[in-house]
Design a protein around this ligand. Structure first.
Ligand code: PMP
Length: 385
């Protein structure tokens, strides 16, 4: 008798069971349009994603340029709107040129793979975002992972490879704990070794420095010949998409070689229009950046005053320790039941295996909302593990 054919997805049941046992199941929870929940889980740092000026600009851009970009940037997907956004992003952040992508993820893949090719050395911080990690995997270069935020480890690694083409890559503000990279020290080390420095400023743009010009500008390294930055348009700018900023010759190299630029449909005009409007609004209202930092400081101060362990925030991300993955899930669930959405980070999304709640500050939160959020998180906290 012929044997019953084997189920090609049986292995999925096994993996799902393992996730369930360790409290690591993930699922989607579609958000209603008019949710009464206070959102400290998203990345809308400046409170712009629903701002009428930004949504209006998105609609106008779609109306004028189309709902989609129609093709890749090298074919039909480059509009005057994309060029305008690139010019203004570069100018605002202090770089010579910029190139926008359909996401920050694609921008990081592009920058890491195009600048760290075969034969070169990539030096990557152990706490870097997954998109950088994936860029390193795709680059077919030798990758050295250095201890978190440790410039001396970078110096040692570069020193062990004299004369080698090298790319040092780091988040400016790390997405899990919200701590900052030692950018000035890294830039000095890179300069001394003739290495390029790539800074992912996803969490710095719109929050750090003079009017939110970002971490490289604040560290005084924007526009340096060896420095390149990547951005997302989906956090402070309330839109969607990503960008690489740097010397014009680097941008030219990306246009010619970066696979996530060449083979991807261009950024949707609505997203480009929204991001450009947000950038112009930020120029007009630079106080929004300082307000996010004040809100983050108030969240941190309130939580630690109530005995919780948190990391002092450098930008908008406030990370609070949880005793275990399941405690983190329960804690986030209790907050949600009380009407507060917070992020829940646990393995495998955290490089050190430590589970956390992640709160994001927003410029548009009132002092009353901040106080209520602090008391809600504290009141629902699990007993220390
Ligand atoms: N880099 C960092 C540090 C991030 O936090 C994120 C977004 N979570 C990205 C890159 C990816 O950007 P995007 O969401 O626009 O793809």
């Amino acid at each position: 008798m012929a044997q019953a054919p084997q189920d090609p997805f049986e292995w999925i049941e096994d993996e799902a069971l393992r996730r369930e046992r360790t409290g690591l199941v993930r699922g989607l929870r579609p958000r209603p349009a008019d949710s009464p929940v206070l959102d400290l889980a998203g990345n809308d740092y400046l409170g712009l994603t629903r701002h009428p000026e930004i949504t209006g600009a998105a609609g106008e851009a779609a109306h004028r340029w189309g709902a989609g970009a129609t093709g890749s940037r090298l074919v039909t997907g480059s509009t005057e709107l994309h060029a305008e956004l690139e010019r203004e992003l570069a100018e605002f952040c202090g770089f010579e040129a910029a190139l926008v992508f359909s996401s920050g993820y694609a921008a990081n893949l592009a920058a890491v793979t195009a600048l760290g090719g075969p034969g070169s050395l990539i030096v990557s911080d152990a706490g870097n975002h997954a998109s950088i990690v994936d860029g390193c995997r795709l680059a077919r270069a030798e990758t050295a992972i250095t201890a978190h935020a440790d410039p001396e480890a970078v110096r040692k690694t570069l020193g062990a490879h004299p004369g080698r083409r090298a790319l040092v890559v780091t988040d400016s503000v790390f997405s899990v704990d919200g701590d900052a990279a030692p950018l000035a020290a890294l830039a000095e080390i890179c300069r001394a070794h003739g290495a390029a420095l790539l800074v992912d400023d996803a969490h710095g743009l719109g929050v750090l420095g003079d009017g939110g010009r970002g971490a490289p500008h604040t560290a005084g390294i924007a526009g340096d010949g060896g420095v390149v930055a990547t951005l997302t348009l989906s956090k402070s700018l309330g839109a969607q998409g990503g960008a690489v900023l740097g010397p014009a010759r680097v941008i030219g190299q990306l246009i010619n070689t970066a696979r996530t630029f060449i083979f991807d449909t261009g950024l949707a005009p609505a997203a480009a229009g929204a991001a450009l409007a947000a950038l112009r609004l930020l120029r007009r209202e630079p106080g929004r950046a300082a307000r996010v930092r004040t809100v983050a400081g108030a969240l941190y101060g309130g939580l630690t005053a109530r005995g919780l362990t948190a990391v002092r925030p450098e930008a908008a991300v406030v990370s609070v320790r949880a005793p275990s993955p399941s405690a983190a899930v329960e804690w986030a669930g209790a907050c949600r039941s009380a009407g507060l959405a917070v992020g829940c980070f646990r393995p495998p999304s955290v490089p050190d295996g430590v589970s956390r709640l992640r709160l994001t500050a927003r410029a548009d939160l009132t002092d009353q909302q901040i106080a209520w959020a602090v008391s809600t998180v504290a009141r629902t906290a699990p007993a220390p593990g």
